[in-house]
Ligand binder design. Structure first.
Ligand code: NAP
Ligand code: ZN
Length: 349
């Protein structure tokens, strides 16, 4: 089946309307009419070939929500009409230790929602900037939010789980002081989630103009990270800092804010490396520098249910597909409050 999509033919070209093929649903497949798709900074890194190995044409998008429009004969979890989501994962080996643990995100054979080799035409996966997608039911999530919130649910499928998973892994909660660095798509979700988990939340931003917003999102304190005095006031005090920044920067500024045994977790994935941290900032207080990548399917469902229960959605700007190139430029200037979401109905033209 042919559907409309938005994608790029090369790293130095803008995204444009294109036709792509979707497979006929197999026995375990769910076909989804995509209503909305969030715009992640990873989409920019990938479509512009900032990370190695982009396959073209590249149709990004891994914050997908919509309705089931067909289901294969052996699909047991979903039926036509259900509200569902698809995040960054559409397949994995299903038998390694990581898959058995529900951590498909760490499976060596994980298949990402776009830009991963697949048997389907054109030989690699194509993402959610499209009218439809066909996915094995194991990788489809149930959406329990009201349908009126559907557009604002989309960013939970990547920005939500990518911040929820490390917050849970490193036990964000009451009595813990948690920092969130960068108030963009991931960061604003990190603030909301850490606040809902009961942590004392400090937002770090390079944008003084986001101070009031950060408070409204749930930050107890806001620090402008370029102000050395404001940073110094928090030295040796954090249990956990979640760093979502999409550009290389000095990690020592944040490592020194951790208390003994504190953890700085990187989720931002810049195209070029951060300067190496100063070893003495790690060994002097047994601090850890860590990383985390999205989250597994069971935890993604847990996160969606947690958000539905706590009334959490993303703060979004809804755009038409033809605004995507402008949206990328605005994201590069940190000018989005706080996630662009494509209205996929506009793909029809
Ligand atoms: P985003 O919406 O563009 O937000 C990034 C934020 O970082 C900006 O809003 C800005 O916040 C801050 N920032 C940008 N440039 C900066 C600089 N030079 N120095 C300091 N701060 C800067 O991006 P996103 O969608 O949240 O994604 C963030 C990163 O996470 C990307 O690299 C993306 O690829 C990566 N990512 C990783 C995973 C994973 O699994 N680990 C999943 C999804 C995305 P302020 O204005 O507040 O400073
Ligand atoms: Zn993403």
């Amino acid at each position: 089946m042919t559907v409309k999509a938005y994608g790029a033919h090369a790293g130095d070209q803008p995204l444009e309307s294109m036709d792509i093929a979707r497979r006929v649903p197999g026995a375990h497949d769910v076909q989804i009419d995509i209503a909305y798709c969030g715009v992640c900074h990873s989409d920019i890194h990938q479509v512009r070939s900032e990370w190695a190995g982009t396959l073209y044409p590249c149709v990004p998008g891994h914050e997908i929500v919509g309705r089931v429009s067909a289901a294969g004969a052996h699909v047991s979890k979903f039926k036509v009409g259900d509200l569902v989501g698809v995040g960054c994962i559409v397949d994995s080996c299903q038998h390694c230790d990581d898959c058995a643990d529900g951590l498909e995100n760490y499976c060596d054979n994980m298949v990402g929602t776009y830009n991963f080799p697949t048997a389907d035409a054109p030989g690699h996966t194509l993402g959610g900037y499209s009218q439809q997608i066909v996915v094995h039911e194991r990788y489809v999530l149930r959406v329990r939010h009201p349908e009126t919130q559907l557009a604002a649910v989309a960013p939970l499928l990547c920005a939500g789980i990518t911040t929820y998973s490390p917050l849970r892994h490193w036990n964000a909660g009451p009595g813990k002081k948690v920092g969130v660095v960068g108030i963009g798509g991931l960061g604003h979700m990190g603030i909301k989630l850490a606040h809902a988990m009961g942590a004392h939340v400090v937002a770090f931003t390079t944008s003084e103009s986001k101070r009031q917003d950060a408070k409204a999102l749930g930050a107890d304190q806001v620090v402008v990270s370029r102000d050395a005095n404001q940073m110094q006031a928090h030295i040796n005090s954090f249990d956990l800092i979640l760093n979502t920044v999409a550009a290389p920067h000095n990690l020592d500024d944040f490592l020194t804010l951790l208390k003994r045994d504190g953890v700085l977790t990187l989720v931002g994935a810049p195209a070029s490396p951060h300067p190496s941290p100063e070893v003495f900032n790690l060994i002097s207080k047994r601090r850890s520098l860590a990383g985390s990548m999205i989250g597994g399917i069971p935890e993604t469902q847990e996160m969606l249910d947690f958000c539905a229960e706590h009334g959490i959605v993303a703060d979004i700007e809804l755009i038409g597909a033809d605004q995507i190139n402008d949206a990328y430029e605005r994201m590069l200037k940190s000018d989005v409050k706080y996630r662009f979401v494509i209205d996929n109905a506009t793909l029809a033209g």
